[in-house]
Design a protein around this ligand. Structure first.
Ligand code: GDD
Ligand code: MN
Length: 377
């Protein structure tokens, strides 16, 4: 029995030790690094904003207002909306366009819903910009997030730029909030070191020649944003999430668990695919990719195995098991720990769910929105 408990303890130490060490090392050694990017703030290439929509009638007009309010020369942008809705989204877009005639908007309707990445590739085919900027409907860009993101692409070494995220509502969003704080530090630190393998489809700008080089967005896995950015980094370009590019997204009040599991599924798909590529990753990216792949695919399981052993030990009357299990449960009162544990559970459930469905065309979650701007700050 003793030996089993020691194994459980060792697994728990590895499970928590690796991400914590990674976090502290990244924060101390990478976060203070200079960007090594020559940024021209007046850089204004032609851009194609691609907005895929599936049943976004409740939010689409606000989102269009938000994109409209970004400061970018109108003659240097096009907004390509690619829709596969069966609600009133298209009518809402047409209504909005009537009030904003002259805005360079093109609306395409898909005959059949084939998932977000497929829609993005369709829009890409007719896009004329040098840069493709992906925009989800249920997200918001903070003031000047767009010109700010584009300015980072003025340096030829940068291939992709994404935003850092802030959640918008209360309720379950509080969990999401703490999740993002730790994650934002990681995104920034990894970006400064070289590139981050996790991108946000809420705002993701890609150099179009690189998108073409890697064959567009992947349609057979769900993580169109992260996987695309990672493939660009694999080609030696920086895929970064800089400080000044902020976006927010609403978080579902209902179906929060399903939503997190589906997103975890997509991350697991992405990192599973990267597993065999770690060895050939560019020098500065290899360690980042190796650790993030480990953290998303393997590390969560150590926690459940350790917990399983301790439960068994407790049932067998081991008081050391009682003590360890009890402390693990008591720690759940501490919210960052609770958030971490929840994320591990989502990743494991996502991995299991991937066995029977990849969720390429996922169910829509109703996102509850309290107020759009206030909670952004
Ligand atoms: N045309 C089209 N066709 N659009 C779609 C489809 C589809 O089949 N499915 C979803 N969309 C649109 C949505 O309307 C929204 O604008 C955007 O794609 C993202 O969908 P959400 O339903 O908001 O996804 P999410 O925020 O939970 O997903 C996050 O993770 C995904 C990967 O797991 C975002 O970061 C996404 O950008 C990312 O792809
Ligand atoms: Mn979304």
């Amino acid at each position: 029995m003793e030996i089993l408990v020691i194994i459980a303890l060792a697994l728990a130490i590895v499970h928590f030790g690796i991400p914590l060490s990674y976090y502290f090392i990244a924060r101390r050694s990478w976060l203070p690094l200079p960007w090594r990017v020559k940024r021209d703030e007046s850089y204004r290439p032609k851009i194609s904003i691609i907005l895929p929509t599936y049943n976004e009638e409740k939010i689409i007009e606000k989102r269009l207002d938000n994109i409209f309010s970004q400061r970018y020369p109108r003659d240097l942008l096009e907004l390509l909306i690619i829709d596969s809705s069966n609600d009133e989204t298209v009518e809402k877009i047409e209504d909005w366009y009537r009030r904003h005639e002259g805005f360079p908007l093109k609306l395409m309707h898909e005959s059949e819903r084939r998932g977000k990445a497929y829609a993005l590739n369709e829009a890409l085919k007719i896009s004329t910009g040098e840069i493709a900027v992906i925009a989800d409907a249920d997200a918001f860009w903070e003031e000047d997030a767009l010109p700010e993101a584009i300015s980072w692409l003025s340096d030829a070494s940068v291939g992709a730029v994404t935003c850092l995220k802030r959640p918008m509502n209360d309720g379950s969003a509080k969990i999401e909030g703490s999740y993002r704080n730790y994650y934002n530090v990681m995104r920034l630190a990894e970006s400064k070191k070289f590139s981050t393998p996790i991108f946000h489809g809420e705002l993701a700008a890609f150099r179009k020649d690189l998108l073409e080089k890697i064959g567009g967005f992947p349609t057979d896995i769900g993580s169109d944003d992260s996987h695309t950015a990672t493939m660009i980094a694999m080609n030696g370009y920086r895929s970064i999430a800089p400080e000044g590019v902020l976006c927010s997204e609403s978080v579902p009040e209902k179906g929060y668990g399903e939503w997190r599991i589906r997103r975890a599924q997509h991350l697991v798909q992405h990192f599973s695919r990267m597993l065999s590529h770690i060895g050939i990753a560019p020098e500065g990216f290899r360690k980042i990719l190796a650790i993030e792949t480990y953290l998303h695919i393997f590390n969560p399981w150590l926690l459940i195995i350790a917990a399983g052993i301790l439960v068994y030990g407790a049932l067998e009357g081991s008081s050391l098991s009682d003590l360890l299990l009890g402390s693990g449960l008591l720690l759940l009162l501490y919210s960052p720990y609770r958030t971490w544990v929840a994320t591990q559970l989502y990743l494991m459930m996502g991995a299991v769910r991937n066995i029977w469905t990849k969720e390429i065309a996922w169910e829509k979650q109703e996102k509850y929105r309290k107020r759009t701007n206030e909670a952004i700050k």
